[in-house]
Design a protein around this ligand. Structure first.
Ligand SMILES: Cc1ncc(COP(=O)(O)O)c(C=O)c1O
Length: 380
């Protein structure tokens, strides 16, 4: 069935005992067993929970994968995938990845003997050149956060197939409605469900979708062993959010296109980074890879003072970290999401002090534009 139908129905059979249309929140830590070794497939709630299982089945279908496992956060999902590796293994990473991912790799996993090389994944040649004998994984964000550079997913997928590397794609920014990375060669898709999947800024969670049976089994083993699971209540919230994913993504994009065009025309804005604009360097690639261009954009105000004036004066747009909620969120990557990336590296990547990021919400777009327009007047 088509996407919006699967989003509402996959894994969501009415509850067997009551007929409840909505999957109940099974708020339990354990399950009665009929006899020694005889149970209904549920023993202990870290290992299995029916609410989480319904969400996991739904997401596996939406991403076109073999199985999904849900976690307490996007970061614990990413950590669990990296736990497949051993000391001495090498990972190639998109160079302007989410700051928290960089922090996890650089400040924690490096201490366990994993090695990381950061490259510009918009050109697959850089990935090919970084491959070593010890390389096991390529970790890609499409598009990257916050500069919206679009990875050459097709080219990278081919390199991974040829070199027998696992391709991990963080699909948080687009959601499976806009991109299904497994169709382009990904072995794992990771999500911060906190963002578009849940969509209402009221839950923190993560997911790993695996495309191979043996990988899915190992992730399931580690989910249970490490224990960073998504709670039944959060599983319920994410499932409820996913039911409206298709319509939300359509409206996010409709609004983002209008906001991007408005900013591109504005005399106080130097540059807008939105893959839906013809001026975006990978606009044609985004057009070919994605079903739409999404709701995220960034723009250059020229200085910290200008960015501060804007951010101090918005009223509808909420100054906040995170993204993908129904409400418009505006942030300053250099001091917020990417503060853990060293200043020199931020400058090299183009994450300047004047850069502002917007997660365009699904409010009436005239109100978003009016708010930005008024706040921009304060930039001298
Ligand atoms: C692209 C991306 N991946 C992963 C994460 C981490 O997710 P969480 O905050 O749910 O741990 C984030 C958070 O902002 C993100 O933007």
């Amino acid at each position: 069935m088509a996407f919006a139908t699967e989003a509402i129905h996959a894994g969501q059979e009415p509850d067997q005992s009551t007929g409840s249309v909505s999957v109940p929140i099974y708020q339990t830590s354990t399950y009665v067993q009929e006899a020694l070794g005889r149970h209904k497939g549920f023993e202990y709630a870290r290992t299995q929970n029916p609410t989480r299982l319904a969400l996991e089945r739904n997401l596996a279908v939406l991403e076109g994968g073999m199985a999904c496992h849900c976690f307490a956060s996007g970061m614990s999902a990413i950590t669990t995938v990296l736990m497949l590796l051993e000391a001495g293994d090498h990972v190639i990473v998109s160079e302007n990845t989410y700051g928290g991912t960089y922090r996890l790799f650089d400040k924690i996993l490096r201490n366990f003997g994993l090695e990381f090389t950061y490259v510009d994944t918009s050109n697959a040649v850089h990935v090919s050149e970084a491959v070593r004998k010890t390389t096991r994984v390529v970790f890609v964000e499409v598009p990257t956060n916050p500069l919206m550079s679009i990875a050459d997913l097709g080219g990278i997928g081919e390199i991974c197939r040829r070199e027998e590397l696992r391709l991990v794609v963080d699909n948080t920014f687009l959601s499976p409605y806009l991109l299904r990375p497994i169709e382009h060669g990904a072995d794992f898709v990771v999500h911060s469900t906190t963002k578009y999947l849940n969509g209402h800024s009221d839950s923190v969670g993560g997911a790993v979708i695996s495309n191979r049976r043996e990988d899915a089994e190992r992730i399931g083993f580690m989910q249970n062993a490490i224990g960073a699971i998504l709670s039944p209540f959060d599983s319920f919230l994410v499932m409820r959010g996913i039911k409206t994913l298709a319509v939300r993504m359509q409206k996010h994009e409709e609004n983002a296109r209008i906001v991007a065009s408005f900013l591109e025309e504005h005399p106080k804005i130097e540059r807008v980074f939105y893959p839906g604009l013809a001026s975006h360097p990978q606009h044609q690639r985004a057009r070919a890879l994605f079903k739409g261009f999404g709701g995220m954009l960034a723009f250059e105000t020229g200085s910290l003072a200008a960015a501060r004036s804007l951010l101090d004066n918005v009223q509808l747009c909420a100054l906040a970290e995170s993204l993908g909620g129904v409400e418009t969120l505006i942030s300053h990557p250099a001091t917020m999401t990417h503060a853990s990336v060293p200043a020199q590296q931020r400058a090299r990547l183009g994450i300047s002090d004047g850069l502002v990021r917007i997660s365009v919400g699904i409010e009436d777009v005239e109100d978003i534009i009016a708010d930005l327009n008024k706040a921009l007047e304060h930039i001298s």
